[in-house]
Design a protein around this ligand. Sequence first.
Ligand code: PZK
Length: 304
Amino acid sequence: MMVRAPALVRCARTARVFSGRIFLGWEEHELELVHSGKVRDLYADGDDLIMVASDRVSVYDVVLPTPIPGKGRVLTQLSLWWFGQLGGVIPNHVISGTDVPAEWAGRAIRCRRLSMLPVECIARGYLAGLGLASYQQSGAISGVRLPPGLGEGSRLPEPVFTPTTKAATGHDEPMTYAEVAALVGGSVAAELQRATLEVYRRGAELAATRGVVIADTKLEFGLLPDGTVMLADEVLTPDSSRFWAASEWQPGRPQRSLDKQFLRDWSAGLDWDRRPPGPAIPPDVVAATQARYQELYTRMTGRE
Ligand code: PZK
């Protein structure tokens, strides 16, 4: 585990309490980095958190040294759009997509700090990745038995909830529904399953009308102090979900990724063992990847 000094970032927004009233001011203060992920960072701002998406990109789980300009903004705006679309399914942690430090404008979200639940909530509508590996080994995923004869990229008869552990280091392991219920309690487990499947169904249904297959998605949830289950993290972005072009979908083989295929195709032609450090991305591959993220955003939201 790498340990580093807390990164402090200046934020020109201050909340002060005088005689029970809250005053918002514009004095500079500093934000403390509380989590740094592969491609996103999380800062504390008083009681709130600010989630900042970078332009970093990973292939085969390795972050490459070259950024994809605009990626953080596109994924943040897509996530905010989905949070808005899904407000009727479950409440979420978003406070504001605009009240953030100016240097992060467009690619940061001010969020409520929640007590995060230690489960990665995954819904799958198609077989890929760890779901495929588990099915090939046992015919089931997270204890859910699937029909025989499915292959890579096959559509499942109906979406399944396939939660995993949230390992601090190493790999996430599949959890059965009973294990989730033992960990978080039966009523929270039921809400996680319901919300995860409903978010996936609505997302996949909407994407289908835009020629996009969402194969699977990973969601994170947390609790308010009163026990309300809230959707957190990011929602239905290509960093948390598999996006395929419906026109190219062909079960029985690995599917082409709508966002990262240029990166994968380019990196497959290199003499690289898929271990860090990753290779620098050439300008034409950066531009093609950038265009894919932009196109995905416009296709889904109808916005430029
Ligand atoms: C929280 N992460 C994942 C790691 C990131 C994100 N609303 C919340 N309240 C408390 N904790 C979290 C959240 C959210 N979302 C999310 N870890 C903690 C994570 C690294 C970078 F941007």
